[in-house]
Design a protein around this ligand. Structure first.
Ligand SMILES: O=C(O)CCC(=O)C(=O)O
Ligand SMILES: [Mn+2]
Length: 196
């Protein structure tokens, strides 16, 4: 893994552009797309219930509950593909994650707004491992206090981004809409500390 330098900050971002080779990444994109039972929960926005602009799935090693933007999801068990990806992350980084949020961006209109993965179930200053398959999309990061401190990372198919120390405390991230985009699937692996 290669550390991505952030000028003016000690917060940690690590990146492996070639975590999966392109053939494996293409196969995983299709297997995940076809085998996951995708859901599209509604979220509350400005007092209204609206569809989230993407499909998603929540998987965990054990039956865990998880509260995400005001909805509580019941986790499905890790699928075979997800278990393989998790064990490869363990091999590469040493980190063991017990849960994953999977997002399927069907086209350029699917997106994710600015947020931090700072749910209390993840504890203080969590490490998040993000694996991407399919169309490269720009992943944006912006510092909470230093205006102008921001990053734009194109996340190619098969890449692994690890958001480490400080990244959920001092930063927000997002995946903006694009005029055109082929499908993309992203998995953010997390470690849930407290099961409620
Ligand atoms: O799709 C991405 O690259 C980001 C996903 C994300 O931030 C999340 O699942 O919390
Ligand atoms: Mn996130």
């Amino acid at each position: 893994m290669e550390r991505i330098p952030i000028i003016g900050s000690e917060d940690e971002l690590w990146f492996d552009e070639f975590f999966f080779d392109s053939a494996t990444a293409s196969k995983l994109l299709l297997d995940l797309r076809d085998r996951i039972s995708w859901i599209q929960p509604k979220i509350r926005m400005f007092g209204k219930w609206v569809d989230q602009p993407r499909l998603m799935s929540w998987q965990a090693e054990e039956k865990l509950h998880y509260s995400y933007s005001g909805i509580t999801l019941i986790a499905e068990p890790f699928s075979r593909e997800v278990a393989e990806i998790a064990s490869r992350i363990k091999e590469r980084t040493g980190f063991h994650f017990n849960s994953v949020l999977i997002n399927y961006y069907r086209d350029g209109q699917d997106s994710m707004g600015w947020h931090a993965d700072d749910e209390k179930e993840l504890g203080y200053d969590p490490i998040i491992a993000s694996v991407s398959f399919g169309a490269p999309r720009a992943f944006l990061l912006r510092h909470n206090h230093h205006k102008g401190m921001n990053l734009k990372l194109p996340l190619p198919s098969g890449s692994l981004l690890v958001m480490g120390k400080g990244m959920q405390i001092n930063w927000k991230h997002s995946l903006p809409k694009r005029k055109h985009s082929e499908p993309r699937i992203n998995l953010t692996f997390r470690k849930i500390l407290i099961a409620e």
